[in-house]
Design a protein around this ligand. Structure first.
Ligand SMILES: Nc1nc2c(ncn2[C@@H]2O[C@H](COP(=O)(O)OP(=O)(O)OP(=O)(O)O)[C@@H](O)[C@H]2O)c(=O)[nH]1
Ligand SMILES: [Mg+2]
Length: 294
């Protein structure tokens, strides 16, 4: 079974995978997700909000999830293909539906502007809070200098259950974890996480670009769970953000491939299954609260 096989421990690799991965079970994972129904059939979709540092791979992750279900590479969310990664590429609050054949899955992924270390650049942290609450309307253009206010045309004062967020996905690039070195990004992420905790929104972290962080993974994606470097990165992310290691998933996003690949699909589907379950649990909680208060 490729990288999941027991090998001799080296300086770079464990003898045994530190997390079991169902390589070869793509069909089963895909079917489970395609059959997944929300706890409340009256709700059309549960929103998953994707946030993270500039160039971390937020838009690529959204495209990758869509690509798996389409069985072909899709690029609906525009990805930065230029060499200038000094400023965030995505500037709008934009929602992507996941197609399952002719129908839509009951989950949507919302892309956001990247977080930057300098204040007055990148998404304003309070805009992420407003997005979690469901107060931002589709295609709002983020303004790094000031957060959205109730006076803005794109402000939604009475968000419905569908407008709110049920899982917050932090995307971090494994090869440029700058949080340890960059105190300001670290502070912003912590602030957003504490607001998500207050709103009872579960959080998952996607560690992108594992291939750029570890040469073993570049050669063979199945080494992602035997690589010592990737485990180190995961633990580093957990220590800096307070997100438990069990909620952090290394995912190689589609970025240069022409066709989808089963092993990449398995990592994407496994992470997405976790996100979907957490979102559904959070939605159930919200629905129960609403019912009890009526
Ligand atoms: N090698 C590799 N490259 C990746 C991966 N994921 C994303 N990329 C590349 O990383 C770069 C940034 O990706 P984006 O998806 O634009 O990142 P973003 O977080 O949306 O960035 P902003 O919108 O600018 O905040 C692009 O060149 C992607 O092709 C990955 O898993 N591996
Ligand atoms: Mg983007």
């Amino acid at each position: 079974m490729g990288g999941s096989q027991s090998t001799q421990e080296t300086d770079f690799e464990y003898a045994k995978a530190w997390r079991d991965t169902p390589w070869g079970e793509k069909g089963h994972l895909e079917k489970t997700l395609k059959d997944f129904g929300l706890c409340d059939p009256n709700i059309k979709h549960a929103r998953i909000l994707v946030v993270g540092e500039i160039g971390a791979g937020k838009s690529s992750f959204i495209n990758s999830v869509n690509s798996v279900f389409q069985g072909r590479i899709t690029n609906e969310a525009l990805v930065n293909k230029t060499t200038d990664t000094s400023r965030t590429f995505t500037k709008l609050y934009k929602t992507y539906y996941i197609r399952n054949g002719q129908s839509l899955m009951p989950f949507v992924l919302t892309d956001t502007m990247g977080i930057e270390s300098e204040n007055l650049h990148g998404i304003h942290q309070e805009d992420i809070v407003k997005a979690m609450e469901g107060c931002i309307k589709e295609r709002y253009k983020f303004n790094p200098e000031s957060p959205i206010t109730p006076q803005d045309n794109s402000y939604r004062s009475n968000p419905s259950l569908q407008d709110q967020t049920y899982c917050l996905v932090f995307v971090i690039a494994a090869d440029k974890i700058s949080m340890a070195a960059d105190d300001n990004i670290y502070k912003k992420v912590k602030h957003i996480k504490s607001k998500a905790d207050e709103l009872e929104i579960p959080q998952v972290m996607i560690l992108t670009r594992p291939d750029e962080a570890c040469p073993l993974v570049k050669q063979n994606i199945r080494k992602v769970y035997t690589s010592k470097k990737i485990k180190e990165k995961l633990e580093e992310c957990s220590a800096h953000t307070g997100i438990s290691v069990s909620h952090i998933f290394p995912v190689k996003c589609y970025h240069e491939e022409i066709d989808t690949q089963d092993d990449m699909d398995v990592l994407i589907l496994r992470a997405f299954k976790h996100i979907v379950h957490m979102a559904n649990d959070a939605l159930r909680l919200k629905c129960n609260e609403k019912e009890n208060s009526e």
